[in-house]
Design a protein around this ligand. Structure first.
Ligand SMILES: *Cc1c(COP(=O)(O)O)cnc(C)c1O
Length: 436
């Protein structure tokens, strides 16, 4: 029976109540080839034509080498579905990874990649300055897994030698680091790790994992620079609009199956609608947003650096940034231009640390109440410019007496530039700084 006749028969045979449940989605039109924009896949489970097809789907799952090129047989959302799979293809393509696996959040992606790379008894070397929840993951949960985490200052790569042991399996860091904008030399680190790995078996090699959230794929592609994995919070600049959470791990095919199994069993699966939003809105507008945000950030960083009430500014685009030269080699857009990102870190002047901190608080409270183009809120990479105080917000897991060793200033301010007109942001900043 022709497809049309079959549908006609179904139409007449069943009531509208039933059609409202089954709709027209059981149709050969449900493919992406004629959509300009991919439809949202909103099905938790997938119809299997036969037990044999179901069995084939389960056999295919997480078997990249044997079945990676076949048309997917979708079974259940937590294993994989069209929107996530399309987003993953795009993410891998953008950063020149062999594969990408998405997660529910950035923290889902970080715990996922470290979950497949480490086991009890292993050790991880990290940079001292990290996103607060990543520090919390390492301090609150890894001791019970018997995984030791050694934070050292990776802006000097020789420090690795002070904590390197035969159990070291991963070197993990953010570049630029959240919030103080430290830049770590991925290219140099690759050479060092290659030397160490020469004397190790395949199971014991050290892998380099870079959290690329601050830069986004537009400004930096860690795998091209020598990292084994790039991880993202897609919640930030990649998603770009502040509407959806998401995370991703990009890397080599040989880790894909373990990541898919980990995601399936630990369950931090990216919501299909969020995958669709990031695919439909986030990625297509990434370059446009980032270019604008970088141009604005350069102007704002220069303004702050020349302002008499500002103690110092950390922005990779400024010559005064301690790793400015490394940033110029690593933070490059798709066209070869220097792309120092949209995050700025600064502190205000004060006669004592307490006064500095108080000035920071005063500025942020004034902005929260009065500034039209800046919002007191955590997160970053948004259409709106967001300002926050790391010591009491995103990095509040770090006790006051440990802030310094974590590279965070008690009065430090993090500014995440949006896509407003830069002159408006500058005027609001200038007005706000008058309260100090
Ligand atoms: C926000 C952030 C994360 C965590 O991402 P979520 O999507 O909030 O889980 C990880 N790393 C960095 C650098 C971040 O800024």
């Amino acid at each position: 029976m022709a497809e049309k006749d079959k549908q006609k028969e179904l139409d007449s045979k069943y009531s509208m109540d039933t059609h409202l449940i089954y709709g027209k989605n059981v149709s050969n039109k449900w493919d992406y080839s004629h959509h300009v924009t991919a439809p949202i896949s909103s099905s938790t489970t997938f119809r299997l034509d036969s037990v044999a097809r179901g069995a084939e789907g389960f056999m295919q799952f997480a078997q990249t080498e044997a079945h990676g090129d076949e048309d997917p047989i979708f079974i259940y959302d937590r294993l994989g579905e069209p929107n996530k799979d399309m987003l993953e293809e795009n993410l891998a393509y953008i950063e020149k990874g062999e594969m990408a696996v998405t997660f529910a959040t950035g923290m889902g992606a970080i715990s996922g990649v470290l979950g497949v790379l480490t086991k009890s008894g292993d050790e991880i070397i990290t940079h001292t300055t990290l996103y607060g929840c990543t520090i919390s993951l390492f301090n609150n949960w890894y001791p019970r897994l018997n995984i030791k985490v050694n934070p050292v200052d990776l802006t000097n790569l020789e420090n690795i030698n002070t904590v390197l042991t035969e159990n070291t399996k991963v070197i993990y860091f953010e570049t630029p680091a959240n919030p103080n904008m430290d830049v770590i030399n991925i290219i140099e680190l690759r050479k060092i790790v290659d030397e160490i790995n020469k004397n190790r078996t395949e199971e014991n090699i050290i892998t380099i994992v870079v959290d690329n959230t601050f830069a986004t794929s537009f400004s930096q592609r860690p795998i091209e620079l020598g990292a084994d994995f790039s991880v993202h919070s897609l919640t930030k600049g990649m998603g770009g609009f502040g509407t959806d959470m998401g995370g991703a791990v990009i890397g080599k095919n040989k880790y894909r199956d373990a990541l898919l199994l980990y995601r399936k069993d630990f369950g931090a699966v990216l919501n299909t609608k969020s995958a669709w939003a990031i695919l439909t809105y986030g990625l297509p507008s990434l370059a446009l947003r980032q270019k604008h945000q970088i141009q604005s950030s350069i102007k704002i960083a220069e303004f702050l650096e020349n302002h008499p009430k500002v103690e110092f500014v950390r922005y990779p685009g400024l010559k005064s940034h301690p790793q400015h030269k490394i940033a110029k080699l690593q933070m490059i857009d798709f066209y070869g231009n220097f792309a120092p990102g949209s995050l700025i870190y600064f502190t205000l002047k004060g006669n004592t640390p307490e006064e500095t901190k108080e000035n920071g608080r005063k500025l942020m409270d004034y902005i929260a109440e009065n500034a039209y183009t800046m919002t007191l809120a955590v997160s970053l990479g948004h259409t709106r410019t967001l300002i926050e105080h790391p010591a009491s917000m995103t990095h509040s897991v770090v006790p006051a007496d440990k802030l310094e060793e974590r590279g965070i200033d008690a009065g430090g301010v993090r500014l995440a530039i949006g896509i407003e007109n830069v002159d408006d942001i500058l005027r609001d900043l200038e007005d706000s700084l008058k309260v100090i």
